[in-house]
Design a protein around this ligand. Structure first.
Ligand SMILES: Cc1ncc(COP(=O)(O)O)c(C=O)c1O
Length: 364
């Protein structure tokens, strides 16, 4: 049985009637940009996340970029972030001309290390940008206390944590700004690119609405140089259908992850650690192993996909070598050598999980 990292077809077929109907409605009305579906989705997401404003944009990368721009961050400002993430987190910092200051991660959760964040704060630090990696919330309560005490902005990269809760609030609702991606494979994914920014701050929300629409509040009146970054109505219509199932899908991801962990623990594998502070929504299911090559080869031989997120931490990427030449972040460097992500999606079945585990057992 072939097992891909993610199977988007199953979900589409399960929701096909509603999704096709929602798409048809947009096609009939021909309101594709900043139309009623986009507005309704923004309202529903604001309610779901428990924030005042949710603003749709064209991608998760744009969400980060526009959040940083709206917050007025730029040249001379330092933004502390994790080195163990997807490039987009740091690209956004570079887009606004600010300097990314990479810090190491906690070896168990893969999330930003609080102590290192504190040590990295200088007079130029303006914001902290944690990533809720693989779907597990970073330590938001401590980050919030730190940001409040040092008068820093807290900007959350929630690309992998849609639907994850930390204490009584959703990820993305803790910070000044929360940035989401709706890339198709994300926990809430559309049929193309899409993103969203969540905030309780009226001024920031208004600034983002202007920025995403060519710097325009009123048609053909342009106050600032903006960008073209709207979440289109076709994507919003699809997302409105899927949002109704997000909590159920996240619970299925968690159930699948827990079954994996039970079976893989019996083989002595280092399974994902849940720190219990937040609810992990398993965008990825990532183990740590010294036998990665052998396991990957065996899985590939059996038709099972696997992936390495991420093989090179950002401070070791060519593009950041000029700012990071002397930087050593050993936990991330060692994790990059040992992480292996296995197939995870809501519809993954028990026999499929058992098959993956069986192949791994045979490779050890
Ligand atoms: C942690 C993280 N940040 C940002 C992004 C960027 O999102 P998008 O692909 O929608 O631009 C991603 C997407 O993979 C991501 O994983």
């Amino acid at each position: 049985m072939q097992i891909p990292m993610v199977d988007l077809g199953i979900q589409y077929r399960a929701l096909q009637k509603d999704i096709d109907c929602a798409i048809s409605e947009v096609l009939e009305t021909t309101q594709f940009i900043l139309g009623p579906q986009g507005r309704a989705f923004e309202q529903e997401m604001a309610e779901y996340l428990g924030v005042k404003h949710a603003i749709g944009v064209a991608s998760g990368t744009d969400a980060l970029h526009l959040a940083l721009r709206a917050a007025g961050l730029g040249q001379g400002d330092e933004i502390i972030t994790t080195t163990f993430t997807f490039i987009a987190t740091a690209e956004a910092i570079a887009y606004v001309g600010a300097t990314p200051v990479f810090v190491d991660i906690d070896p168990q959760t893969f999330n930003i290390d609080l102590l290192q964040v504190e040590q990295a704060i200088t007079s130029k630090t303006k914001a902290i940008l944690p990533v809720h990696l693989f779907g597990q919330p970073a330590d938001l309560a401590s980050l919030k206390v730190l940001c409040d005490a040092r008068k820093l902005l807290l900007i959350e990269d929630c690309a992998q944590s849609c639907g994850a809760r930390y204490a009584d609030r959703m990820t993305g609702a803790w910070g000044d700004l929360g940035c989401y991606s709706f890339f198709p494979s994300k926990n809430l994914g559309c049929f193309g690119d899409g993103g969203l920014i969540a905030t309780d701050n009226d001024t920031l929300a208004e600034e983002i609405r202007v920025l995403r629409n060519h710097g325009s509040r009123e048609r053909y009146h342009h106050e600032i140089i903006g960008v073209n970054s709207r979440l289109d109505d076709l994507q919003a219509a699809v997302l409105r259908v899927k949002l109704q199932y997000l909590d159920r899908f996240n619970q299925q991801r968690r159930d699948n992850a827990h079954l994996y962990s039970r079976l893989l623990s019996e083989l002595g594998i280092d399974v994902p650690f849940e720190d219990g502070k937040g609810i992990h929504v398993y965008h990825q299911y990532t183990i740590l192993t010294d036998k990665r090559e052998a396991i990957q080869a065996a899985l590939a031989g059996a038709g099972v996909a696997s992936a390495i997120y991420y093989p090179i931490p950002l401070h070791r990427q060519k593009v950041f070598l000029d700012v990071c030449r002397e930087v050593s972040l050993p936990v991330s460097e060692q994790s990059a050598e040992r992480v292996l992500s296995l197939p995870i999606y809501p519809e993954l079945t028990r026999p499929q999980i058992e098959q993956v585990v069986e192949v791994i057992a045979g490779s050890l």
